[in-house]
Structures are given as C-alpha cells and as structure tokens.
Write a protein that binds this ligand. Structure first.
Ligand code: GAL
Length: 376
C-alpha cells in the first residue's frame, strides 16, 4: 500500500486575494488570477494555491447552510475552473460568529462548513480567529488560560471537521501568533500558522516580522510551518532591493509563499523575483529546516539554514536605514554551518563564486540581501 503523502510537505505556494483586493475581491478577479498565474509562469514555478480570503460569504439558510454572496455567484464552477488549470482553490473562515470583515464565520457550523468546502472541491482553509476573540473575552473574562483553551479547542474542532470530510485540505491557522501557537499549532492539525500580525507593504513591517521569527525554526518542518504572512512583493513602493530581500528572507524562513500582489499589473521585474527558481528551491528544500539568525552586528544580520543536499543557504541582510553600503562584515561561515571547502553561489546574481573565505568582500545596501548557497 502506498503511504498517504504528507499534506504541505513543503511550504504551500500560491496567491491570496487579501493584500491587493481586500474586501473588493470578486469571482472574476479570482478567475483572472488563475489565468495570470498560469500565463506568467508562476504556476510552473510552484504557485498552485489560489486562495480567496475574507468577504466571499453570504447568508445562512434555514438549514444553516452558508451561501456565497453576490460577488461569488458560483463557487463550485470557480473551483472546477481553477482545477482545470492545474491549480488548487483555497477559502477563508474563522471559529467565531463573524470574520474580521464581519461576514458570517463557522461558529456552531464547523462540520456543515467543512462539508460544504469539500463539496465545492476546496483544497485549503485559512481559519482566522477574529470574531472568536470577542467570545473568549466574554465567556472567560480576565482568565487568559481559559481563553487560550477555548481557542485551541476551536481550532481542533475545525481540524476534526475537515478530517471527517476525507478531502485533503491544507489547514492554515491565523491568530497572529497568540499563546505561542508554534508550540501547539501542529497538535491541532495546523499545516501552517501565522506567527505575527498582518504584513504591510513597507520594509519596516517585513523587518519586524523577520525579527519576530527568530528562535522559531525548531517548530517548523514538513507538514507544519511557521507563517510570517503573505508576500508583499510587487505591492506599494517596495524597491527592487526590498522585494528581493523580502522574497529571499521568506525563502530562508521556509515560509509559505503566497503572492499578494495584483497579477494584472505584473512587471517583468516582479515576475522574475517571484519566479526565481534558485530562491524558490531554498524555500522548498526537502529538509524543511527554517533558517535561524546566527549573527548580528548593528543593522546587519546573517541567517543560515541547512539544506537537504548537505549544503547551506546563507543570507546577509541589511535592515538599516542609512543609505551607505555596509562593508567589512565577515560571513561568519562557521556559525552558519558552512564546512571548509564548500563552494558558494551568489543566488540573486546567479553567479558561481567558487570557494570563498570568511572575509569574502561584499557590501550590502540598505534594505537588501546577499543570498549565498553553499554546496559540497
Ligand atoms: C485578518 C488577517 C488578514 C486577512 C483579514 C481579512 O485578521 O490577518 O490576513 O485575512 O483578516 O479580514
């Protein structure tokens, strides 16, 4: 008998509607995103989940069955369309009575909703705490441990409902890292869990999230990932350096790569960053070991992660605000786990560097990253 494949054996990749469309997303936008993810080459680079975030929900009928709202007239048809393109469809709900955008969520309808998703052919569920917080606070005022227990039970309840459908549905926990979710997210069936609040389209937010993920590598691995939130690559005024540093950092973090940009306005430059095969290969490395920060000196941090082929990915990132290029920082190869004699490749520059020493001359601009892959 064949073993059941691990769901989310590598961090899920795809696109999510929230960062760009927020509450305005429609079925046609999602269809267009599916078309564009194929024509841009993103699907073939690994981006397969097309995830509808909040605001698709309509009303419950007398039997409690949830209907879509007028923006999504035919969810089953949409799922069939997305599947016909070799993609998967994701959806959004939460354990409360209402979602963050105040649409109906799954409280007391968990199995009914899970069955509905399965009947449509949904492949991924993002389950967002939001409305449930009100309930936790009302039912266990000032009793944080009791509130935490309610939250864990609520996440477990939906996991069991999803499992009962028999359909493999990636389960994405979204509760912003509360109660150190990385310690128990996998126990309640999570394939990924948000570690922080919402990412924003500026570099301070990206830096804050990266720094908030220090020390979390031991909780990630095949089937269960820390989620530093969706990508902002291509959004706002992020510069090319910032887009590369963001993408590279998320790859080091073994993060789910969910593009959150407007695919109808993809530039060749943003496409090249999002589809960079070597960067994606680091993110998707089969060993599934998230990077840790191994060295910090002022605004410069060095992160490293071991790779399945015995090599190491090493990133030098400049979080500083000063326009000066930062020079003179060694690579700290020993702390990074790079063995003597390994050969380096500059990933963003796509250039083999051969054997390099700790004092390898490099300079890292403000908000940019040197990404090296070392192999035996
Ligand atoms: C937030 C969540 C965002 C988005 C939004 C939708 O709580 O963190 O990623 O899903 O709700 O209302």
């Amino acid at each position: 008998m064949k073993a059941t494949p691990v769901l989310a054996a590598t961090p899920p990749m795809g696109w999510n509607s929230w960062n760009w469309f927020a509450g305005k997303v429609t079925q046609d936008d999602v269809k267009a995103a599916a078309d564009l993810i194929v024509s841009s080459g993103m699907r073939d680079a690994g981006y397969v989940y097309i995830n509808i975030d909040d605001t698709w929900e309509g009303k419950r009928d007398e039997q409690g069955v949830l209907h879509t709202n007028e923006k999504f007239p035919d969810m089953k048809g949409l799922a069939d369309y997305v599947h016909s393109k070799g993609l998967k469809l994701g959806i959004y709900s939460g354990p409360g009575d209402l979602t963050c955008a105040k649409y109906p969520a799954s409280l007391d309808h968990e199995q009914q909703d899970a069955d509905l998703y399965a009947s449509w052919g949904i492949d991924y569920l993002k389950y967002d705490l939001c409305g449930f917080r009100t309930k936790m606070r009302a039912e266990a005022p000032n009793d944080i441990p009791a509130q935490d227990k309610m939250m864990k039970d609520a996440y477990m309840k939906m996991y069991q409902a999803l499992k009962k459908t028999g359909r493999p549905i990636v389960y994405s926990l979204c509760q912003y890292g509360d109660d150190a979710v990385w310690q128990w997210g996998a126990e309640v069936g999570g394939n990924l869990w948000r570690t922080t609040g919402d990412v924003k389209e500026n570099f301070s937010s990206i830096a804050l999230i990266a720094n908030t993920n220090i020390g979390l590598s031991k909780y990630a691995g095949p089937g269960h990932w820390n989620d530093p939130d969706m990508l902002e690559v291509g959004n706002g005024n992020l510069t090319p350096d910032e887009n590369r540093a963001h993408m590279g950092m998320w790859a080091m973090l073994a993060a789910p790569l969910l593009a959150g940009n407007n695919l109808t306005k993809l530039t060749p430059e943003v496409t090249a960053i999002l589809t960079n095969k070597e960067v994606i290969a680091i993110d998707q490395d089969a060993l599934g070991r998230q990077a840790e920060r191994v060295y910090q000196e002022g605004p410069i941090q060095i992160w490293s992660r071991p790779l399945a082929d015995g090599g190491v990915a090493l990133a030098v990132i400049n979080f500083g605000e000063d326009e000066n290029f930062m020079r003179g920082i060694g690579l700290h190869l020993k702390e990074a786990g790079v063995k003597p004699g390994m050969k380096a490749r500059d990933v963003w520059a796509a250039k083999d560097l051969g054997k390099i020493e700790d004092g390898y001359k490099h300079s890292v601009k403000r908000h940019s990253m040197l990404l090296l892959r070392f192999s035996k």
